[in-house]
Design a binder for this molecule. Structure first.
Ligand SMILES: Nc1ncnc2c1ncn2[C@@H]1O[C@H](COP(=O)(O)OP(=O)(O)OP(=O)(O)O)[C@@H](O)[C@H]1O
Ligand SMILES: [Mg+2]
Length: 298
């Protein structure tokens, strides 16, 4: 795997590696450098950048390079994609991948309607035709043989063969393939094939620094900044409590939900119990340990 020669951005939380350079500097006309800059639109969906993810994504869009977003649950991956789709003024088509997802589910099927057989596009085919951003959420959940069907879309070929239609579809310029992946999820039982991973430029996400996370919590919930700061401090402590043996550490999503309850008038300890503690564990001792930690802050 070669490191990409991406523009210099300085330090930051997100890291980018360009796994496959086969499409770099390639346009549909040949191999002249890409000069097209994405137009900037004002996104409705708020997203607080935490590294260089916006710039990397914009470069990937301009270079027609697929992007893989790696990171734990509730750290802002889906929010980021929504924000970027609006920023780049592209429709967003999201597919929640699971192990029953079939190539037919993705590409489309013939249906009988009123005695007639009609073709119905699947989400991938629709996104390709519309020049949308196609977001394959939790791509590792889909069976590897299904994901392989998408490989021609994810490399220099940039096209997809829909065998039931006997047609090859070539997406317009605005099309982009994005996938998300939680590397720690299910104890790595579900991994992506290297031949899939290496077709994607990758951006790592993680829970942000406390000050940034408090800004997100305050902005998303409406609680005062000092309350958001306290919640984040509590969360930083919980994330370090290995002894609790949590399967997943508390996410930014859980903090936002807890803060929303507080903002709605629910007393802090009850809000923490319902939105932070209970979603993290069913084990009585662990729940008690978490409640003790909460009591130190609220
Ligand atoms: N950088 C951020 N800017 C704005 N909001 C954020 C950010 N990070 C997290 N959030 C908040 O956290 C919530 C959860 O984020 P999101 O749904 O994007 O997580 P995710 O990484 O897609 O998780 P999953 O892997 O479980 O799907 C968002 O709805 C938003 O309120
Ligand atoms: Mg998500």
């Amino acid at each position: 795997m070669r490191r990409a020669t991406l523009p210099r951005f300085g330090g930051g939380r997100t890291r980018a590696t360009l796994a496959s350079e086969s499409t770099r500097n390639r346009t549909k006309h040949g191999s002249e450098p890409v000069t097209r800059k994405p137009e900037d639109h004002a996104p409705r969906t708020w997203y607080r950048p935490t590294g260089h993810e916006i710039s990397i994504f914009e470069h990937a869009f301009a270079l027609r390079q697929p992007v893989l977003l790696k990171g734990p649950t509730g750290c802002g991956k889906s929010r980021f994609v929504e924000h970027m789709a609006e920023k780049l003024d592209r429709p967003l088509v999201t597919v929640a991948c699971h192990d029953d997802t079939s190539a037919t589910d993705l590409l489309g099927r013939y249906l009988v309607k009123g005695g007639e057989t009609v073709w119905q596009d699947g989400p991938v085919t629709r996104a390709v035709r519309e020049g949308a951003i196609l977001y394959l959420d939790e791509v590792a959940e889909a069976r590897a043989d299904v994901v392989v069907v998408l490989h021609p879309l994810a490399d220099f070929r940039r096209r997809i063969y829909v065998d039931r239609l006997g047609t090859e579809l070539v997406p317009p310029d605005g099309f982009m393939l994005v996938a998300s992946f939680n590397p720690g999820y299910q104890h790595r039982l579900k991994e992506m094939k290297p031949s899939t991973r290496q077709r994607f430029l990758s951006i790592s996400f993680d829970y942000p620094d406390p000050a940034v996370e408090a800004e997100i919590v305050a902005n998303e919930s409406g609680v005062e900044r000092r309350v958001a700061d306290k919640l984040v401090k509590l969360c930083v402590k919980l994330r370090k409590l290995d002894a609790l043996g949590l399967a997943e550490i508390p996410s930014t999503r859980l903090l936002v939900e807890t803060a929303r309850l507080m903002h709605a008038g629910v007393p802090p300890r009850i809000a923490c119990q319902a939105a932070l503690i209970e979603p993290l564990s069913d084990d009585r001792d662990t729940v008690r340990g978490l409640a003790e930690a909460v009591a130190l802050f609220f």
